[in-house]
Design a protein around this ligand. Sequence first.
Ligand SMILES: [Zn+2]
Length: 77
Amino acid sequence: MKKEFICPYCKRAVGWREVTPVRGHYAACFDENGVFFEAAYSDGMNYYYKSTTYECLKCNRNIKGAVLRYKKEQGND
Ligand SMILES: [Zn+2]
């Protein structure tokens, strides 16, 4: 059964935001008329998952520990 995630700070059943720093670039291409026609992310985009931060969507507090615990619990179901 799905258990709702409860923020340890605002004590509400809320969602969270995972923010992962990346290194790379985003390229947008335009033709001779200045019309956008293509966009691409660099192949070498690096995601720094170890630096991911977790923030409550309601109170914006850092809830990394609580989210990781929650995810682990869900995974054991
Ligand atoms: Zn909260």
